[in-house]
Unconditional design. Structure first.
Length: 194
């Protein structure tokens, strides 16, 4: 087999040697697994899922050569199961809800919502509740005002009493919530924000 000479820099500056032209012409196999694959092809790469490393080798190599660190930390990505500190602002969009006699948020759509009431309405129990989700719902009176809002049975307010919205035309109230379970939402209203 010919000497191969290409360079791939890895995280700590080491280089892997081989020949790009030969590599492209050779049979290449790739794997993504936690266990080392058998070396049966001229050139191979292996996403070592057990260690979060990208490794490469050709049939003449005595061992796998580390080509890059694929861990989320090395790539600058967040992990789902790791405590982390974000160094920049993180934002959730405000999703508009459709006004109607019954307003049913889908909590898979967003954390934050807004709606302008065009009549007396009911904020129904949301779909897709997951414990731990939190956010806000901005509720605006239309140009007429005096719109009321009733609540589905999952909405729980301090003292067991649902808030009475500000009835001034174009007034804005905000409901902040935390989902406690798939059938219980703890909520607090901030009234007459604008």
């Amino acid at each position: 087999m010919a000497t191969h000479d290409y360079s791939i820099a890895n995280a700590d500056g080491a280089t892997v040697r081989a020949d790009i032209n030969n590599a492209l012409a050779a049979i290449v196999s790739n794997n993504s697994s936690a266990t080392e694959p058998a070396t049966t092809y001229a050139y191979m790469w292996w996403a070592d899922t057990a260690n979060g490393l990208l490794k490469i080798r050709n049939a003449a190599d005595s061992a796998w050569i580390e080509a890059g660190d694929l861990t989320s930390a090395a790539l600058g990505h967040a992990d789902l199961d790791t405590a982390q500190t974000f160094t920049k602002g993180q934002r959730g969009e405000i999703t508009a809800l459709s006004d109607g006699a019954t307003i049913t948020p889908d909590f898979n759509d967003s954390n934050n919502f807004s709606v302008t009431l065009g009549g007396n309405r009911t904020l129904a129990n949301p779909s897709n509740l997951t414990a731990g989700q939190s956010g806000s719902i901005f509720i605006t009176q239309d140009g007429t005002g005096s719109r009321t809002l009733a609540y589905g049975s999952y909405w729980k307010f301090a003292g067991g009493t649902a808030p009475v919205l500000t009835t001034t035309a174009s007034a804005i109230d905000r409901i902040d919530y935390v989902v406690k379970s798939t059938t219980e939402i703890h909520a607090v209203a901030t009234l007459a924000v604008a």
